[in-house]
Design a protein around this ligand. Structure first.
Ligand code: PGA
Length: 242
């Protein structure tokens, strides 16, 4: 794993945008795996700026997202489709018909997940997958558990994730309790992985990532088995690394 430690959130965002721009600039038809959450917001702002400045062209890019809440449609302000449109896709020159987010309203979520994986495989796979990480070590909605699922699937959310995501909802009760998420198998098939984390509350998960041990109770540790991972941390997220 390639580790880059920078001063703060702003520098992390700029460094991450640069990594993604390099992929698109070397392959204008890149398939980008995108993520939601507070962490990538700054990076998306930087990508919008770069797009407007002519430093990155999304015209022929395809995007696929990691996850979506079950029960929320794309016009719901807390849905991840809405987040993506609002924070990135509506502000860059990407063809919206080539931007994909798992369907949280599907009747059979697991069946829809199989189709999502097939679509990604048919596209030729993800060139760069962006990941954030949960304070509990989850990636996408692959929560700590005795086992992890390979494909895109229906999953329950842990109490800590519900608590942490309740900041975006009126109350904790309003946070959906289930989601559809890309699984670890599909994530690991990505040609490159870019993981970003900022803040002290991510330091413990980052310590696990660099511990040399792999455990399903800390899903992010699986990334140690991938051959092309770049990790960009601010000093606070890196504070427990030796
Ligand atoms: P955050 O979430 O970027 O809002 O911290 C990351 C995650 O839970 O994967």
């Amino acid at each position: 794993m390639r580790l880059i430690v920078v001063k703060d959130y702003d520098e992390m965002s700029k460094a991450a945008a640069k990594e993604m721009a390099a992929v698109v600039n070397s392959n204008p038809k890149a398939i980008l795996g995108l993520a939601t959450g507070g962490t990538p917001e700054g990076m998306y702002k930087e990508l919008i700026r770069m797009n407007k400045a002519g430093e990155i062209d999304f015209k022929d890019v395809t995007s696929v997202n990691l996850d979506e809440y079950v029960g929320l449609g794309g016009d719901h302000p807390q849905s991840y489709r809405y987040f993506m449109n609002n924070h990135l896709l509506d502000h860059i020159n990407i063809d919206k018909s080539r931007t994909f987010v798992p369907n949280g309203l599907a009747e059979d979520v697991n069946e829809e997940g199989r189709k999502y994986d097939q679509m990604i495989d048919d596209l030729g796979g993800i060139d760069m997958q962006l990941l954030g990480v949960g304070t509990n070590g989850h990636i996408a909605f692959n929560e700590p558990d005795g086992e992890l699922v390979a494909g895109t699937h229906l999953t329950g959310l842990t109490k800590s994730t519900i608590e942490s995501n309740s900041r975006y909802f009126d109350s904790e009760d309003d946070v959906p309790k289930t989601a559809v998420t890309m699984g670890l198998g599909q994530i690991m098939k990505s040609k490159k992985i870019l993981l970003i984390a900022s803040g002290e509350n991510k330091a413990e998960a980052m310590k696990e990532l660099f511990s040399g041990k792999i455990s399903t109770s800390c899903p992010v540790t699986m990334l140690q088995m991938h051959k092309d991972v770049t990790v960009i941390l601010d000093e606070a997220a890196a504070s427990l690394l030796k």
